[in-house]
Design a protein around this ligand. Structure first.
Ligand code: GLC
Length: 424
């Protein structure tokens, strides 16, 4: 255990040194300093990646964890919106951008969101030593984004937010979206076509949400996005309590409770024992979606009723669904769309195991008394990392690593080991 942890610490510190991006962005007249996902394919600053990176950094350099969040929020728009990528140093990497499908807000910022785990990232820095004064500078910014989401992305006022295209979930090519984007063949070109079919019609609306929602061609209340959203509202409530702002804490708790209640009443399928996304204006449970790891995500809530948790955990132990030597496959292995990977050129989230989804699921297992399963998952991931390096994702049966090399959020394994060590 000790030697694993020591090895991990050294490796992650090294990778976070190599992936650090620092400089001055003349277009914004701002300095930037962040950890990019991977130097080769993702040299820019992504929203949810940076939050994961801040969690990891909090274990060996709290100042940099704070800096990561400050840098991310530097480019928050006046209305509270935060784009999913900021291209601080785009001039250096124009060739990389040529491969992306991007909805642009302007030349340097994208026009879509990503899962909002800002509060968890800030909390990680705070519990490991960031000052209350720093927290007080962050809270209004975080609140700005959560208010923006509440006001713009929850038209049916059920406390769950909707995404308007796949990238906003962070799960770009998940087979969950196949039907919604026109059942593409497994080629980059087909997915680009599918992406355009969804994203292009929004362009003339300049983010007028009423018009975007009126198109009703990709409105999804995604279970993973909303598990993260609700969890982060709960964390926001705790952060407000820390600074003695009871009224704001109560408002965050009210929103969290509303969203949590909707997840349980609207997304749960008693028949399947899984949580399903809500799709379209009528917010129908999408039981025909491919079965992906997101059906399990509410396990993260310790307060999830035990009978539901038991059924989710049974799926994690079922070899026809989510049990594998190197878990957790992002698509159930018996689903017709499952592919252990690598899938086509750069197609992601169609089967291989990822560390960020595992980070959430492992914490859910711990919360529901299945530390044994969490530990098995952590040990398997560590074995894969030791053998194949910090890759973007791993083959669930062999542990082989694929995708971007030196991939920063795979460093989340360090958080799981550090928190296990701290609990003794
Ligand atoms: C891929 C992933 C997305 C991630 C990005 C940068 O597009 O699907 O979730 O944020 O890479 O790592």
């Amino acid at each position: 255990m000790q030697s694993d942890l020591k090895w991990l610490r050294d490796e992650v510190v090294g990778m976070y040194r190599r992936n650090r991006q620092q400089g001055h962005a003349p277009w914004a007249n701002l300095d930037y300093d962040f950890v990019c996902p991977s130097m080769e394919t993702y040299p820019f600053q992504w929203l949810w990646d940076s939050c994961f990176h801040a969690v990891v950094l909090s274990h060996f350099d709290v100042k940099r964890a704070c800096g990561e969040m400050e840098c991310l929020l530097q480019n928050q728009q006046p209305d509270g919106f935060l784009g999913h990528v900021t291209f601080w140093q785009r001039e250096k990497f124009e060739n990389v951008i040529a491969n992306y499908d991007i909805a642009w807000r302007n030349q340097y910022v994208t026009d879509c969101i990503q899962p909002p785990l800002l509060a968890e990232a800030v909390e990680a820095a705070v519990v490991r030593g960031a000052s209350t004064a720093w927290l007080k500078t962050m809270l209004p910014k975080l609140r700005g984004f959560y208010d923006w989401l509440d006001q713009n992305r929850d038209p049916d006022r059920d406390g769950l937010i909707a995404v308007v295209q796949a990238d906003e979930t962070g799960l770009d090519h998940s087979p969950k979206w196949d039907a919604l984007i026109g059942s593409p063949a497994l080629t980059t070109a087909a997915f680009t076509e599918g992406w355009k079919r969804v994203a292009k019609p929004y362009e003339p609306f300049k983010r007028e949400h009423a018009k975007m929602f009126a198109l009703d061609h990709f409105i999804v209340e995604d279970v993973m996005v909303n598990t993260i959203y609700v969890k982060n509202l709960q964390v926001m409530a705790g952060l407000y309590q820390r600074v003695g702002d009871a009224a704001s804490a109560a408002e965050m708790k009210r929103r969290a409770d509303l969203g949590y209640g909707s997840l349980l009443t609207k997304c749960w399928s008693e028949e399947k024992g899984m949580f399903f996304d809500l799709v379209g204006h009528r917010a129908e449970k999408h039981l025909t979606h491919a079965i992906t790891f997101t059906v399990l995500m509410p396990l993260l809530f310790p307060e999830l009723p035990a009978p539901m948790a038991r059924r989710l955990i049974a799926h994690l132990e079922d070899e026809k669904l989510f049990a594998a030597a190197f878990p957790v496959p992002t698509v159930a292995v018996s689903d017709p769309s499952f592919d252990p990977g690598p899938v086509g050129p750069r197609l992601v989230w169609r089967g291989p195991s990822w560390m960020n989804s595992n980070w959430y699921l492992a914490r859910g297992l711990r919360a529901h008394g299945r530390d044994d399963l969490s530990q098995k998952l952590e040990q398997a991931m560590l074995a894969a990392i030791r053998q194949h390096g910090f890759r973007e994702y791993y083959q669930p049966f062999t542990g082989e690593g694929y995708g971007a090399p030196d991939f920063s959020w795979t460093g989340l394994i360090l958080d799981l080991y550090e928190t296990r060590e701290a609990r003794g």
